[in-house]
Design a protein around this ligand. Structure first.
Ligand SMILES: CC(C)(COP(=O)(O)OP(=O)(O)OC[C@H]1O[C@@H](n2cnc3c(N)ncnc32)[C@H](O)[C@@H]1OP(=O)(O)O)[C@@H](O)C(=O)NCCC(=O)NCCS
Length: 179
């Protein structure tokens, strides 16, 4: 497992991953339907990186890109950021994202010296909730009717992990590489 820079050759996988209704269901992101939309998406990742506000790394396993692991809303004054993840269905349930997220947390707390990482999760997103709790995130609250959906408003759970609560990453997992 490796976290790495995303590049134009990854566009077909990005389009497939973020074109999957089930992947974007709980994200504040419209489903990617065309290659042109995938290109704009990748451009926004590069822009975010250059601004220093977003790190969206590709998750590679067995030599293939299978997902992304993201640090968004990086606030260097207050030393916090928000974490996000997406994995192709065929690669789930093998602990891949837990390993990738541990690597990203190690990078965030050690390299970026962040103090706090947070996540905003739909209460119906069982897999993400389980993943965050397994990583040591604390459930800090419920934002009532936070998001407008087709048939009403949806609550959001807030999770947080502080640098002092972070216990380190296994030696086998890599830090993000590239750029
Ligand atoms: C969330 C997601 C990244 C998890 O990836 P994954 O590699 O399958 O997760 P892991 O295998 O590392 O599992 C982590 C933990 O969650 C549990 N888990 C994973 N999927 C689960 C599910 N559907 N239901 C219940 N628990 C689940 C695992 O069992 C594991 O816990 P355990 O070690 O105690 O058994 C993946 O399901 C996904 O991409 N979902 C769609 C995108 C998404 O919703 N992103 C978050 C938006 S905020």
């Amino acid at each position: 497992m490796q976290l790495r820079w995303l590049e134009p050759a990854d566009l077909p996988v990005l389009q497939r991953l973020f074109g999957d209704d089930e992947v974007v269901r709980f994200m504040a992101l419209s489903r990617l339907e065309t290659r042109a939309q995938a290109e704009v998406f990748l451009e926004s990742i590069v822009e975010g990186f250059l601004e220093g506000s977003l790190y969206q790394w590709g998750l590679e396993a067995g030599g293939q890109l299978v997902g992304t692991c993201t640090l968004a809303g990086i606030d260097r004054d207050n030393r916090h950021a928000e974490i996000g993840f997406a994995l192709e269905r065929a690669h789930r349930g093998r602990g891949l994202m837990a390993r990738a997220t541990r690597a990203l947390l190690g990078f965030s707390f050690r390299f970026l010296a962040l103090h706090r990482i947070e996540a905003d999760v739909d209460p119906r997103n069982t897999a993400s909730i389980r993943l965050l709790e397994k990583l040591g995130f604390a459930r800090e609250g419920l934002l009532r009717e936070r998001y407008r959906e087709q048939d009403g408003y949806q609550d959001a759970l807030v999770y947080g992990l502080l640098a002092r609560e972070w216990q380190g990453i296994p030696a086998t997992d890599s830090q993000p590489v590239g750029r």
